[in-house]
Design a protein around this ligand. Structure first.
Ligand SMILES: Nc1nc2c(c(CN[C@H]3C=C[C@H](O)[C@@H]3O)cn2[C@@H]2O[C@H](COP(=O)(O)O)[C@@H](O)[C@H]2O)c(=O)[nH]1
Length: 425
């Protein structure tokens, strides 16, 4: 095991040590490949999670034993059942790993502490809860199988709505006398299609290559500007695959998929990632052997069910708090504008100049995973200050998304979000 330089405990680390209850030996974990830190502030804002109770993590490509195998061996030797009773998604573990090895994204602990206080106070003032989901004008109100099909369809297609064009020229859907953009253009288009008698939430329709064509999808998502909804062909491919999988494994309806999860949110996320390649949002990061699971759309699907059904019926999950923030391109934007997320100069410049962030690259993984970890730290801070708060990563995420959309509507959008064109988020 390499020797690690013992660093002088900077006042910053000592100051934040009380925020997150970890006993830090004040030892830096240098990056496994010793890349120079490019961010001037990085030495100060290395995350507390860089500290480790035990020997620091090395990159997975080195001789680090497989932790899961070790855990299984330990359980076996201790005579405990080797099958863990409850499923886990592994998303938070992967997010922490990326954060511990990130050099282009850092978290400012003081800003997270401040953000936690502000977010909690505003959520309390707005009485923000799962019920806020149904309060949105376009979200379905009925609590039945048709709504499960609507949410499944919505989150199958819930990705990449950004546009290079101005607010007036960007892709938009006119519905119920209003012009809807971004995520809301998706919801409006689905509602409009159902009003027009197009069975857009029916998996039999998705499989019918004569009825459900690219032209029909163009009609479903027709814009009131001359910009088409992005990635239409990719969205059709998602519908086709989902129709086939639902036919082959789940009696053609997503309610059977929900039932198969047997009341576990993590199990439902894992089933979606296992059976539907278009939900399998898992990517390589640096030299790590195991892919990093981000699983944004499987998780937001589970969260939408939970919020829509307010924790009952098809939304009843005993482990809903295992769901993390949804690593899209909007919430990182507000985390950055609140000072919680810092970017290295090269990454910050790329985002400011609206350069597209390369798919599957280190920057993209650092942005997405560190956003998940940042919201987790904010969640822990809220619970630390308010142990009885009924708040989880889902509600913090939903609140942050809705807040950035309110800011955008009021013309206050402060910092740009990173540009990407991906089916994953
Ligand atoms: N992290 C996170 N990402 C979210 C949402 C939502 C909408 N969720 C609704 C349900 C409950 C909440 O109250 C929301 O009202 C969409 N997105 C993602 O943003 C992007 C679209 O951005 P823009 O083009 O600006 O609309 C795109 O990747 C989309 O997948 C969220 O909640 N969290």
């Amino acid at each position: 095991m390499g020797r690690y330089p013992i660093s002088k405990p900077s006042s910053l680390c000592v100051m934040f040590r009380d925020i997150f209850p970890v006993h830090v030996p004040l030892r830096w974990t240098p990056l496994s490949d010793h890349r120079p830190t490019t961010h001037p502030a990085a030495p100060f804002f290395r995350p507390l999670s860089s500290f480790h109770l035990t020997t620091p993590k090395m990159s997975d490509s080195e001789s680090e034993p497989d932790l899961e195998l070790l855990a299984l061996l330990r359980q076996h030797l201790q005579g405990k059942p080797t099958v863990s009773a409850e499923p886990e998604t592994g998303v938070l573990e992967g997010a922490e790993y990326v954060y511990d090895n990130a050099i282009d994204v850092a978290i400012d602990m003081r800003s997270c502490k401040n953000a936690a206080a502000v977010i909690y106070a505003q959520m309390q003032r707005k009485q923000y809860s799962a019920a806020s989901w149904s309060a949105h004008e376009l979200h379905p109100k009925s609590k039945d199988a048709a709504t499960v099909a609507f949410i499944f369809t919505m989150d199958l297609l819930n990705f990449s709505f950004w546009s290079e064009r101005s607010a007036a020229e960007r892709f938009a859907v006119e519905y119920r006398g209003k012009r809807w953009t971004g995520y809301w253009s998706l919801v409006a288009a689905l509602q409009r299609a159902l009003d027009e008698g197009i069975p857009i939430t029916d998996s039999h329709f998705w499989q019918d290559e004569e009825a459900c064509t690219l032209d029909v999808l163009r009609q479903v998502f027709r814009s009131c500007t001359d910009e088409e909804m992005p990635l239409l062909a990719e969205r059709l491919a998602c519908l086709r695959e989902a129709g086939t999988v639902l036919y082959e494994k789940y009696q053609c309806h997503p309610t059977h998929l929900v039932d198969a999860a047997n009341g576990s949110a993590a199990a439902l996320v894992n089933l979606l990632a296992r059976d539907f390649s278009c939900f399998r949002d898992e990517h390589r990061f640096e030299g790590r052997r195991k892919p990093i699971r981000i699983l944004k759309r499987p998780q937001i699907l589970v969260a939408d069910l939970w919020a829509c059904f307010e924790g009952g019926g098809y939304g009843e999950f005993r482990d809903i708090d295992k769901i993390t923030m949804f690593a899209d391109y909007r919430v990182p934007q507000i985390l950055n504008s609140m000072g919680c997320l810092y970017y290295s100069p090269p990454l910050g410049t790329a985002i400011r100049l609206k350069r597209e962030i390369p798919h599957g690259g280190s920057w993209e993984m650092q942005l997405r995973a560190c956003s998940i970890w940042c919201v987790e730290l904010i969640r822990r801070e809220i619970i630390k200050e308010h142990p009885d708060a009924h708040i989880n990563a889902i509600l913090i995420d939903f609140f942050l998304y809705d807040t950035i959309k309110e800011m955008e509507a009021a013309g206050e959008e402060s910092v740009p979000h990173h540009r990407t064109r991906s089916i994953w988020y």
